[in-house]
Design a protein around this ligand. Structure first.
Ligand code: CU
Length: 291
């Protein structure tokens, strides 16, 4: 019988383990225990026996019927022993540092990144949970409201969940944890700092600038919402206006070439770009057309 003492979880738990000396044998004849464990041999036969280390590490001397002997194993290793009176009686104690396999790893949650502007997301990853089982992911937002979802863990006891930060829950600390349903253990909190939204800056540029009248310049826009339509408008030296609608790519950028039409004269052409999806407008940008 294994009796687990009250050692703190998270360390290799020392045990008190019993070996019966019975029918001229050690039962069980082989045992594996963590470092620091104490083995108690109890003589249940009607004749005297001993527990004697093969290497001299311990020797009980004669153990009378009904009596016991204890030895504490403070180093890792494999220790064989025998009975001095009956040399055919053999036993083995294997002392290891490992935590007993029945003891679960401590569950943890991590958030990546841990500083996120409002409107952004973080990846919540759990590990050390009971495999293929339920975990409850729970978070408290900066405005003290809370929410949670059940997730099913992988065969290695992990899960992943992407968490978004809505502007309506404000800025501050978001506390994220998860509950292992099988072991009824909470993970320590992961904390995400939810910060004010980073103002998006969209810009226009042109090359070459200045451009000769009748020449071509490349107009580039950057910093728009990805994959949205952008409206570019410009005012010419002769007070007429031009405009195009263009698609910002995956990185929120676009480019087009502009012919500086000689009919509209020389001087500054002033460009503004507008992204209706997020109400974003650039500062005016001036392309000079030289004559
Ligand atoms: Cu014996």
């Amino acid at each position: 019988m294994l009796v687990v003492d009250g050692a703190a979880p998270g360390t290799a738990r020392a045990q008190t383990v019993s070996v019966a000396i019975k029918n001229f044998s050690f039962q069980p004849s082989s045992l594996t225990v963590p470092i620091g464990s104490t083995v108690t041999w109890t003589n249940q036969d009607s004749v005297e026996h001993t527990s004697t280390s093969d290497t001299g590490a311990w020797d009980s001397g004669g153990i009378a019927p009904g009596q016991s002997f204890q030895h504490t194993f403070t180093a890792a290793g494999t220790f064989t022993y025998h009975c001095m009176i009956h040399p055919f009686m053999h036993g083995t104690i294997v002392v290891g540092a490992a935590v007993p396999s029945s003891m679960p790893a401590h569950p943890i949650v991590q958030a990546t990144p841990t500083v996120v502007p409002v409107g952004g997301t973080t990846l919540v990853q759990g590990s050390g949970f009971t495999s293929t089982n339920w975990a409850f992911v729970f978070w408290q937002r900066p405005d003290r409201t809370a929410h949670g979802v059940w997730v099913f863990t992988s065969s290695t006891g992990t899960f992943a969940l992407r968490l978004g930060f809505s502007p309506r829950h404000g800025t501050g600390s978001e506390f994220i944890t998860a509950f292992d349903f099988a072991t009824r253990t909470w993970a320590p909190f992961a904390v995400v700092a939810v910060t004010a939204a980073v103002p998006q800056v969209a810009t226009l540029s042109a090359a070459p600038n200045p451009v000769v009248n009748g020449g071509i310049s490349s107009i580039v826009g950057r910093g728009f919402a990805p994959n949205t339509l952008v409206i570019v408008q410009w005012r010419r030296p002769d007070a007429t206006a031009g405009a195009i609608t263009i698609f910002a790519d995956n990185s929120g950028s676009f480019a087009f070439t502009l012919l500086a039409d000689p009919r509209h004269g020389c001087g500054p052409r002033t460009f503004v770009a507008f992204d209706p999806s997020i109400g974003l407008q650039t500062a005016p940008y001036t392309l000079f057309v030289s004559c």
